[in-house]
Design a protein around this ligand. Structure first.
Ligand SMILES: [Zn+2]
Length: 143
């Protein structure tokens, strides 16, 4: 017969979780685990708060344009920053920074090209007005 935890839940019903080893309580109800359970709850709460905070800052906007891509990478960067220090964290940081750098370079280039196109159009417009094409067509010489 399978044993169950001898503690009662918050609403007074018997806990139906499996006790740990030969202990009478499940991990959640074991007074010996109280500190670890409280720490895990605090950690979980911190993760949820952080997740909620980042979601409010930048909701996921898809990956259809540069701004949405940047927002996504910023979201990923925040998650990486929130991680505990580890080699995996460093790899993830590089994985986020690499496309973010490329994106910045490309959007900088795109902005410069757009400015040049505007200047080019203005120059073409100005030179057209300075030397307008002949209003009168060349006189036809009848044979
Ligand atoms: Zn229990």
């Amino acid at each position: 017969m399978s044993r169950t935890c001898t503690a009662r839940t918050g609403d007074g019903r018997p806990c139906r979780a499996t006790p740990q080893g030969d202990r009478p309580f499940c991990r959640l109800h074991d007074p010996a685990q109280a500190e670890a359970v409280a720490a895990a709850r605090r950690l979980g709460g911190a993760h949820r708060r952080r997740r909620r905070a980042t979601d409010e800052l930048e909701p996921f906007r898809g990956l259809r344009d540069v701004a949405a891509f940047q927002a996504f990478l910023e979201l990923a960067a925040r998650d990486v920053i929130a991680m505990e220090s580890s080699p995996a964290r460093v790899r993830l940081a590089v994985a986020v920074v690499t496309p973010a750098t490329r994106l910045l370079e490309r959007s900088d280039l795109a902005a410069r090209i757009a400015r040049l196109e505007v200047q080019l159009a203005q120059l073409a417009d100005r030179s057209e007005r300075a030397a307008p094409p002949d209003a009168d067509p060349p006189e036809r010489v009848d044979p």
